[in-house]
Write a protein that binds this ligand. Sequence first.
Ligand SMILES: O=C(O)CCC(=O)C(=O)O
Length: 319
Amino acid sequence: MAAATVVDPADSDGCTGYTGVQNRGWDESQLRKYSFPTKPIPRLSHTDPRADILISNEQRMLLSCKDTERPANRNSDTGHTEAFLWGSLSELSGESESESRVYLQQTLNDTVGKKIVVDFLGFNWNWINKQQAQRNWGQLTSNLLLIGMEGNVTPAHYDEQQNFFAQIKGHKRCILFPPDQFECLYPYPVHHPCDRQSQVSFDNPDYEKFPNFKNVVGYEAVVGPGDVLYIPMYWWHHIESLLNGGVTITVNFWYKGAPTPKKIEYPLRAHQKVAIMRNIEKMLGEALGDPHEVKTRFHTLFAMQTLPYRQCTDCIIHT
Ligand SMILES: O=C(O)CCC(=O)C(=O)O
């Protein structure tokens, strides 16, 4: 079994992993324990030119942008904003005394309340608009407001959009995996309701069913108020609100990726291969008229790929 999560002080990019143990507002005991190793996600100031390079290369990175956004719980003159957020959360749960977990995930629009909208407008839009323009990303499709209880976990999944993940309150541990680890993470089929999510339970991995999970290596960071994590399109992410860390609040910014280049360059990149496989899976499901048949057809196809060519053609002729 692989070693437990490792957090090195610096990584190969030469950037600092964590900015120091003191005053970071959390400690290792608040992190869940997993069987796979991780490396730190580089942490840079949003004014550092190396940040631009990493984002351009679609590499995960954490921006310390204390002035990039003004968190909801800091911005209000009256302090009512936080109370308002709490109000929304307890209304949603309606059972604040019970054991059950609640996680409010609400698209930011003008129904969320004036104070939140005003806070949201205080974000450093110059910076983020510049990022969007420089990378030729498409439109900002949505912002999700996430208000969660301590210990909440969002299981590993990937999105087909670029994501700036802005932490407002509390701390979250984010473990990212690049698209080339697709084979280690065993996503559900595209027609499944859990499409884009890993089938592997991180708490109790079934290595018989998912043997390549033994090879998985993550990149991790704990984000706190004022941090913005760049989660590149197609990168897997597992996110947990720290144990005993109180309520967490995040706002993400989802952007459509840059348009596909007219001239495709080879070798293809890992995320392009994932996109191709998704399209094939979708098309096959539609053509067969039953997504459940996709698995059988794929098995037959792959079994044929492993046969010597002669045997393979015999098999076609005889059936
Ligand atoms: O913060 C979370 O719990 C999940 C957020 C997420 O998956 C995302 O922003 O894509």
